[in-house]
Design a protein around this ligand. Structure first.
Ligand SMILES: Nc1ncnc2c1ncn2[C@@H]1O[C@H](COP(=O)(O)OP(=O)(O)OP(=O)(O)O)[C@@H](O)[C@H]1O
Ligand SMILES: [Mg+2]
Length: 253
């Protein structure tokens, strides 16, 4: 199935303040797209609109159309739970369930979805931890250690494993490495590079070198508008909008 993300005329509000203005963007299937732009420009709001997290905050509103494959995210009768099963999300600050074991953290989404069989569950936990490049570090402690006992970088990879366990089509990552040291960051970057072979990845980052390393495409946001979307290489060498050029050359932001 094609899991490209198609966004048409997307607007989002906090109360009466509009945070996103008429966003149009088509992010291709099994590629990664970086979202860049200065603080407060709407990057987090944008990715949160892609899996219906924006509506979980009080007094918020969204309109416009978002489709992923054949699923219309804001379509009539489409539940937020079914959307989030197919569109996983990883946040800036790792948020494993602290007292749950490593195993139960990874299995948590599957249990919620009523997954039946123990041995199948074992297999999915193992393969998810392998995909998240954490298996070797934790395989002997799966049920002994808690989520909170891991390092920050390991916790983030645990959260990635948890997101992958339900077999989503899309993985959204909001500054997944900004709280991590350089070694953990490079592990996460290597991981994104692998994951995009199998998933459509959208990554918010403040780090333009990181965008250049992991993303084929980049979108530049400014004050709630999407200014430019293009191949990352083109964006960072020959942007077509003066505002993009000013941002990437460090003249503002
Ligand atoms: N919970 C909230 N309530 C009200 N306004 C909010 C809320 N969260 C964000 N906003 C506003 O929406 C706009 C977009 O914020 P958003 O968090 O999407 O920016 P961002 O690009 O992710 O910034 P950063 O790089 O700092 O994470 C900002 O003007 C912000 O003040
Ligand atoms: Mg943000």
């Amino acid at each position: 199935m094609d899991a490209g993300i198609h966004v048409k005329d997307l607007n989002a509000w906090f109360g009466s303040t509009q945070a996103l203005h008429g966003i149009n963007i088509d992010m291709p299937d099994k590629q990664s797209t970086a979202i860049i732009g200065p603080s407060g420009c709407g990057k987090s709001t944008f990715v949160r609109c892609l899996n219906r997290m924006h509506e979980t905050l009080p007094d918020t509103r969204v309109d416009g159309k978002v489709t992923v494959g054949d699923m219309e995210i804001y379509g009539k009768g489409v539940s937020a739970v079914s959307v989030r099963r197919r569109i996983g999300m990883v946040f800036q600050k790792p948020n494993p369930f602290p007292t749950m074991s490593i195993y139960d953290n990874v299995a948590s989404g599957l249990k919620l979805n009523g997954y039946p069989n123990r041995s199948e569950l074992d297999g999915i936990v193992e393969s998810s931890l392998k995909k998240a490049a954490l298996w070797e570090e934790v395989k002997d402690d799966l049920k002994k250690k808690s989520g909170a006992s891991l390092s920050g970088g390991q916790q983030q990879r645990l959260c990635i494993a948890r997101a992958l366990a339900v077999e989503p089509d899309v993985l959204l990552m909001d500054e997944p490495a900004s709280a991590l040291d350089p070694i953990s960051t490079s592990k996460i970057e290597d991981l994104i590079f692998e994951l995009k072979k199998q998933y459509t990845v959208v990554i918010v980052t403040h780090n333009m070198q990181q965008a250049a390393r992991v993303a084929e495409f980049t979108a530049f946001f400014l004050m709630g508008n999407m200014v430019e979307f293009d191949k990352t290489e083109k964006m960072f060498t020959k942007p077509s909008d003066k505002r993009t050029e000013d941002y990437i050359t460090g003249r503002f932001g």
